[in-house]
Design a protein around this ligand. Sequence first.
Ligand code: MN3
Length: 248
Amino acid sequence: MQPAASLTRRDLLKRFGFGAALLGLGRASLFSETTSSGPAPAAKAGAQPFTLPALPYAYDALAPHIDARTMEIHHTKHHQAYINAANKALESRPDLRELTGEQLLARLDAFEEPLRTTLRNQLGGHLNHSFFWTILAPPADYRAGPLHAAIAKEFGSLDDFQKEFGQAAMSRFGSGWAWLVWQEGALKVVSTANQDSPLLQGAQPIIGLDVWEHAYYLSYQNKRADYVQAFWKVLNWDAAEAAFREVA
Ligand code: MN3
């Protein structure tokens, strides 16, 4: 066994199977001595009962691109509501209590209705939002890494990628998400309806954008395109690079 000081974050994640995060150990305390740079790995749904993850920045940190009131309502009301509903649906299922959110979604098809649909929507909402908060950050300078190189290779250029992602965000009718995912060994732009998680298609999220109206209505009203443009200003590329490193 390697001494702890030489373990990489990937080693730790493998060894603990994300368990350390589930136990509530701060990422900083676990990873601070083992990684020289980069953000924490993408947030996970974690163990039951599910709890609201703290934002890694203040509610007003993304303004004016995403306003503080929207962030606060989105986090404390919308995300919390998905968590409450998922926990309530699982209250009467002690046989499933040891499963993480990811494990539950992975075996969704095995569940009877209405549990299956409830978990698809509510647990999906919890996972999607837990990821979303980590992929946002106050505007900053980022160093392009392997993800940027892979995007250029797959889409032609960063600009071409952003156009394709924007089209996915704009063409999702009603409520849903636009994603850059890693699926079957390749980067793909997809969108999902409602709170469907990309995990349901065996795809790992690298970048995700919530295009439900509750994510942008206070500042942008019906102008989703302006919100999508603003997203690029508060996208945490370091977190996206980290999510890519974990799966690619
Ligand atoms: Mn939302």
